[in-house]
Design a protein. Structure first.
Length: 172
């Protein structure tokens, strides 16, 4: 016959089991939190390096009348950069006027609105010039006056649009 443990030894043994289980749970929690930190570090991407904006070319680009969007992209880009360096407001009308003054046709331009539907200053102003079935598209960030530009295919059923959505009427 096996001896039966006394009530005191059963309580001591139960306490030891609880302490052991508690230790295992604490170790598991620490391991999970350390692993979680490792996972978080892998999920959060490192900050992107600051964009490199090339200096304007030594020989300023010129408008190529009858040229393609790609051929006129350097001139379009430099026109937008020069505007961004000026003291003029980052708003659609004066940007369109600057492009027209540079030689682009207003009839082939589109521009986004200066304000949101709730009356706030738009974060971005988009402007475009259609050249045949291609587009020169520029974007101004209103907060810091950064400019980007690209050439892209026109869109729409007749390939007559450069900017999608509601755009401002150019009637001046």
């Amino acid at each position: 016959m096996l001896p039966t443990p006394s009530a005191a030894s059963r309580g001591t043994r139960a306490a030891a089991v609880r302490r052991g289980a508690c230790g295992i749970l604490i170790a598991a929690a620490l391991t999970a939190s350390i692993a979680g930190c490792s996972l978080v570090e892998q999920v959060i991407p490192a900050p992107l390096p600051a964009p490199v904006i090339p200096d304007p070319p030594e020989d300023p680009p010129v408008l190529v009348p009858g040229g393609t969007a790609e051929e006129n992209l350097p001139f379009f880009t430099e026109t937008l950069r020069a505007y961004a360096r000026s003291d003029e407001p980052i708003e659609g009308r004066p940007i369109i006027d600057a492009l027209a003054h540079a030689g682009f046709s207003k009839e082939l331009m589109q521009v986004s609105f200066d304000r949101t539907k709730t009356g706030l200053v738009a974060d971005n102003i988009f402007v475009s010039v259609r050249i045949d079935d291609e587009c020169l598209i520029g974007q101004f960030l209103t907060g810091n006056r950064d400019v980007t530009a690209e050439a892209a295919p026109a869109v729409g059923p007749d390939r007559e649009l450069c900017l999608l959505g509601n755009t401002r009427t150019i009637d001046w």
